[in-house]
Design a protein around this ligand. Structure first.
Ligand code: SAM
Ligand code: SF4
Length: 327
């Protein structure tokens, strides 16, 4: 079992499989993209599988596949097939923009990979296209509806962006009236690869909640898992639920159970921290298993207590893009 230096159990790995993406969300990266990694710097599927196996043997029982856009990687399903058979791994989930998932929905269901987080920041077509800078609205909406009707556990991540999409907060919430889906409103974070200025957030979770309360004063708080980053609610009579994620306010650090590994092998123990090491070459060397285990233990043993503490130590975060961190 992995326990960090603040006595928190670490059982959840966010594993990025690529830093590339077919969208260009303006809160994530500039329109021209970022300096994407060369192919040889990215883990192969075999390496991702081996790395997962080692870390699962250390006590990780939940892996979220992220990116960049995970389905941008043509061999992603090979990894998911391997993970779905991995002993000790209890939960596999994927975070996706839902543009490329369509052809894989049947197989995902057959593999039992049914926890899918979809990033969708607009109900309105123009708003969607302005934010993502791509014309993928119909594909995304069709795929989300397919996932919901096929019985997947769908969570929609919506980042509240001042002056861009806040008019869509309530229409998005309306989805939970008709569908058993969870809409989670996130605070924007300063990882946009230089796409735009970031000084502070206008819409923190309290403002989002107050705005929703004006329309639905009788929403009810739901119990949440201790390690949950979202605070969850339900509107009486609605099929689904909604939540807020204080990703910038960072109220949840005390129960953080996460470790992040990027597609190029950087190990990140807090979103707001500098990578503490790179594990790719260690994994590629002889006797890699023992050394990887040692390095993971070292990383887990040196975590900042909070995101604020991590940020103080690392001033360069504003240059990073979420596409290379994995969210
Ligand atoms: N491409 C996939 C997607 O968009 O779902 C997975 C990778 S994306 C980097 C992972 C998550 O990070 C998404 O939910 C996205 O909305 C979120 N994200 C990206 N940039 C962000 C930012 N600046 N602030 C907050 N969340 C961000
Ligand atoms: Fe791509 Fe996801 Fe970043 Fe949007 S948020 S540009 S979909 S990686």
């Amino acid at each position: 079992m992995l326990i960090d230096n603040h006595n928190r159990k670490i059982n959840y790995l966010r594993l990025a499989v690529t830093d590339r993406c077919n969208l260009r969300c303006n809160y994530c990266m500039p329109s021209e993209g970022i300096d994407f990694s060369q192919n040889e710097k990215l883990f192969t599927i075999g390496e991702l599988s081996k790395l997962s196996e080692i870390i699962v043997s250390q006590g990780i029982d939940k892996i979220r596949i992220t990116g960049g856009e995970p389905f941008f990687r043509k061999d992603l399903m090979v990894l998911l097939r391997k993970l779905s058979k991995m002993e000790g791994l209890e939960e596999i989930s994927v975070t996706t923009n839902a543009t490329l998932i369509g052809p894989h929905i049947d197989e995902l269901k057959a593999l039992g990979i049914t926890n899918i987080n979809v990033s969708l920041d607009a109900i309105n077509r123009d708003t969607f296209e302005k934010i993502t800078r791509q014309d993928q609205y119909d594909t995304v909406h069709n795929n989300i509806l397919r996932l919901i009707t096929e019985g997947f556990k769908v969570r929609i991540n919506f980042i509240a962006l001042d002056g861009q999409n806040t008019e869509d907060i309530l229409p998005m919430l309306n989805l939970t009236k008709h569908y058993d889906v969870s809409v989670r409103y996130l605070e924007e974070m300063p990882f946009n690869g230089g796409s735009r200025k970031f000084e502070s957030i206008a819409w923190d979770y309290k403002r989002i909640l107050a705005y929703i309360k004006e329309a639905y004063p009788n929403y009810e708080k739901l119990p949440s898992e201790e390690t949950s980053t979202s605070i969850n609610y339900k509107i009486p009579g609605f099929k689904g639920t909604f939540g807020v994620i204080p990703s910038f306010s960072r109220t949840f650090c005390g129960s953080c159970n996460r470790l992040r590994i990027t597609a190029t092998g950087d190990v990140i123990t807090c979103l707001y921290a500098q990578p503490c090491m790179n594990i790719r070459d260690i994994l590629r060397s002889d006797n890699s298993e023992e050394e990887v285990k040692k390095q993971i233990l070292k990383a887990v043993g040196n975590r900042s207590k909070t995101g604020f503490e991590a940020q103080q130590e690392y001033k360069g975060i504003f240059a990073k893009s979420m596409t290379s961190i994995g969210g």
